[in-house]
Design a protein around this ligand. Sequence first.
Ligand SMILES: Cc1ncc(COP(=O)(O)O)c(C=O)c1O
Length: 431
Amino acid sequence: MNFDRKTFLRSMGLGALGLITARALPGMEAEPDSSNGLPIWDDANPEAFWREVRAQFPMTPRRTYFNTGGLGPASRRVLDMYTVASRQLQERVETGHDFFAQARVIVAQYLSAKTDSVCFVRNATEGNCVVATGIELQAADEVILDSHAHPGGSFPWLNRQRTEGIVVKTFEPDPLSAAGNLERIAALITHRTRVIQVSHITSPTGIIMPVAEIGKLAEKHHAWFHVDGAQSAGMIPVNMATLGCDSFATSGHKWIGGPHETGLLWIRASKMDQIIPRQVGAYSSIDVDLNNPGPFVYSQGAHRFEYGTRNAASVLALAEAMRFQNEIGRDRIAARGHALADQVRAGLQKIDSVEILTPADPALCGSIVTFRSPKLVYGKIFERLLADHHLRTRPVAEVGLDAIRVSTHLFNSREECDRLVGAVGEVLAKA
Ligand SMILES: Cc1ncc(COP(=O)(O)O)c(C=O)c1O
């Protein structure tokens, strides 16, 4: 266990139950440490640095992973935090609820947000749902979405369309320009528009949306602006202070590298009361004496949306994933993922019949490349890459795209990207 982490573990434990500091507790087995410290970044030898980063991910060597957009792997540090915290909380039979407040500080720093504006949810879908169910709408009020929205972003609104008669309107993301996306949204706005929601980075083809500009458009039309950031947080740095939206939801278990079933929701403090909590319980409100009830008052801040017993080990491990990324450098991670995606793109472009769907403009793309070929249906390309070459990509069936999505993240290597390109060439040559 390196010094920084020990210090962190200690600081997370003190003031609460002394948890996580297993070595300091009598009768407790010392916790094994499976992580190595990160090497110092050396401009002259970046690959050596990334090899050490990779070594911190206990991923099976039997296949090569290019699907962080679906689910990201957690590093040893994160898994250690999760297992140590889980076991110690179980041993003491405590919920560790106090750790939520401590983890929230780290998470808020990661998002450049006020601590009170962030709450822990179970996945991006749940964060999207809190907003989509909580905002007051009348029948015939309109919500604008991108047509590439993931079901975790679109279904909550489609459900309100079904149950309450709101109107969901969609625009197809423009892969060519940020201005094109603004125009497409503007063309859908009417006097009934109440909400605009976009995927910060679209799931099927990885298009980056001009969120700051869309935010200004939404503000001009007094519409709530929600960003589904499941594909952005952890791939690129995200900053709630400058993003220009009213609310932002993300997964913890994709690009951030947190444990499964983690997510975050941020809501602008000044607009918090516009989202009605639809599920409440202990911690959503100040204590109420049912024999002498006063008004039911929500807790200060976004944690009014958290209720009941939760898994403190997950939020501690999510915070650890963020510390891990901060230590590596979030701009560095974004640049690495992007460079690897560029490498994949450049290789795929040399293969006859391959069409790249992800824009090449660096302002519009990050660490995702989606491609297709008329020579072979996407499902078959996916199958062959997995079965014959042990390469895990993601088939893209959405909106008839018939494509394959490749996600490149901090643990991928240049050699893996070359191998992927070679395998696609081979699969298509045999088709
Ligand atoms: C844009 C977007 N939103 C939401 C989701 C759903 O994420 P979760 O499984 O964390 O709810 C995904 C998953 O791929 C996604 O890409």
